[in-house]
Design a protein around this ligand. Structure first.
Ligand SMILES: [Zn+2]
Length: 192
């Protein structure tokens, strides 16, 4: 993944922790250490991650159940600290960093997800005004086929075309077989 420039990681994490604390105080929720552990893990990802990857990152450091990971992700999304991204293969999350533009290419065949950058497109997106909406961050996914899957598909297609071009002979045999089978009952009728 392309590194994010000009970001003070610790300040970002501190700010997110403060937002979480404020929200929980306001809503009279228990400030459990699990929630802060999940938040810290979330903010350690530079880019998209799924719930399994988050679980793996927390494993060994903190005992958090998968259920409470999902609950905390929902909470963080409600506060605006995390953004949910529905990709062709599954749901991914990413920390919400105002003003950031992320581009992803998602392969619909193998599910591979990769970040790429496009400065001119990023500038265009930021300049775009969205009616009756105040954008914070931008995420754009380009779905399609990765080069590996595309070459696999092309190879498969070539093999299939080769088979097809050598098939007419086999087709003729099959057709004559059908004809003979059709004839048999008539012959039997005549004999009777
Ligand atoms: Zn692929």
């Amino acid at each position: 993944m392309a590194p994010i420039k000009d970001i003070d990681e610790s300040a970002l994490k501190e700010e997110a922790r403060k937002k979480l604390t404020d929200y929980m105080s306001e809503h009279h929720q228990r400030k459990t250490p699990e929630r802060y552990a999940v938040l810290d893990a979330v903010y350690s990802f530079d880019g998209l991650f799924d719930a399994d990857q988050l679980y793996q990152r927390l494993e060994g450091q903190f005992r958090v159940s998968r259920a409470s990971i999902y609950t905390t992700l929902d909470l963080l999304a409600r506060i605006g600290l995390v953004v949910r991204n529905q990709m062709p293969s599954k749901v991914y999350y990413e920390r919400n960093i105002p003003g950031q533009v992320h581009f992803y290419k998602a392969c619909t065949e193998c599910g591979k997800l990769e970040r790429f950058s496009n400065d001119s497109m990023g500038r265009l997106l930021k300049e775009m005004s969205v009616k009756r909406f105040h954008p914070s961050m931008y995420s754009l996914t380009v779905s399609g086929l990765c080069s590996k899957c595309l070459s696999n598909i092309n190879r498969r297609k070539k093999r299939l075309d080769k088979k097809k071009s050598s098939k007419p002979k086999a087709d003729a045999v099959a057709k004559s077989g059908v004809k003979e089978q059709g004839k048999t009952p008539i012959k039997e009728k005549i004999n009777k």
